[in-house]
Design a binder for this molecule. Structure first.
Ligand code: UDP
Ligand code: MN
Length: 243
């Protein structure tokens, strides 16, 4: 039969959270044999996320992994979602033997076709991601004869694998063959660090998906941050004023 697809999604509490998770849940309802690993950046699972997951009808695991304090307190760029993705890897190592996994942030936009593309990943596959840099695209560069030529990204940063988090998938069997693979807490180098930890693995060995990387089937969208809503007593006060 069809092997499972594991979608690893870090999430955290903010005004947009339920909107993003609803959008993503309803995308995943269109995907066959998918298990959603939703991992909160929190010490305890929250009721509102649990309710959404239960109501979705999806097969899911609701886990938690808080960003370590030393990184949370840091000024500037933080390693967002790293603790949770590593928790997802830990869950797969303990609970999965076959299939493919994909790191899918809660705020991106997924064409359902991407999930069928990555299902056939033997080791590691890659494909274009739209919108993630000012260059509008992050992708492997492929020649007209289908040969891997290199990477295109707005920021190369000396990376061996200059790709977006949404731009690759890995087979569970391959993960089991790389017991030390882990995502580092280094902002900007999370993808590269993780892919390097899958060594031995060379860019030219990557399986190219989405019609030899000619199609964009996932976008790194970002919701504009909203101010948190005012406390309820404030809302009541305003309503009283209107009456
Ligand atoms: N995230 C998190 N804790 C945070 C910030 C972000 O768990 O403090 C999650 C977020 O829900 C998303 C992933 O980590 O799934 C990447 O974060 P974000 O989308 O903000 O990163 P960007 O799109 O700016 O790279
Ligand atoms: Mn994002």
């Amino acid at each position: 039969g069809l092997h499972p697809l594991y979608v690893i999604t870090p999430t955290y509490r903010r005004p947009e959270q339920l909107a993003e998770l609803t959008r993503m849940a309803q995308t995943l309802l269109l995907v066959r044999n998918v298990q959603w690993l939703v991992i909160e950046d929190a010490k305890v699972p929250s009721k509102h996320v649990e309710q959404l997951l239960k109501r979705s009808g999806l097969l899911y695991q609701h886990l938690t992994a808080a960003m370590p304090e030393q990184y949370r307190k840091r000024r500037g760029a933080k390693p967002k979602g790293v603790a949770q993705r590593n928790r997802g890897l830990q869950w797969l190592r303990a609970n999965a033997s076959v299939g493919v996994f994909y790191f899918a942030d809660d705020d991106n936009t997924y064409d359902v076709a991407i999930f069928d593309e990555i299902r056939s990943t033997k080791r590691v596959s890659m494909f274009p991601v739209g919108l993630c840099t000012k260059f509008g695209l992050s992708t492997p560069v492929v020649s007209s004869t289908g040969a891997f030529m290199g990477f295109y990204d707005g920021w190369l940063g000396g990376r061996k694998f200059p790709v977006d988090m949404a731009g690759f998938a890995v087979s569970v069997k391959f993960l089991h063959m790389r017991p030390k693979a882990i995502m580092p807490y280094v902002p900007g180098f999370e993808e590269d660090g993780f892919l390097r930890s899958l060594a031995p693995l060379e860019p030219k060995e990557i399986e190219l998906k989405a019609d030899n990387c000619t199609k964009v089937l996932v976008w790194h969208t970002q919701a504009k941050a909203n101010a948190p809503s005012p406390p309820l007593d404030m809302v009541k006060y305003n309503q009283t004023n209107l009456a």
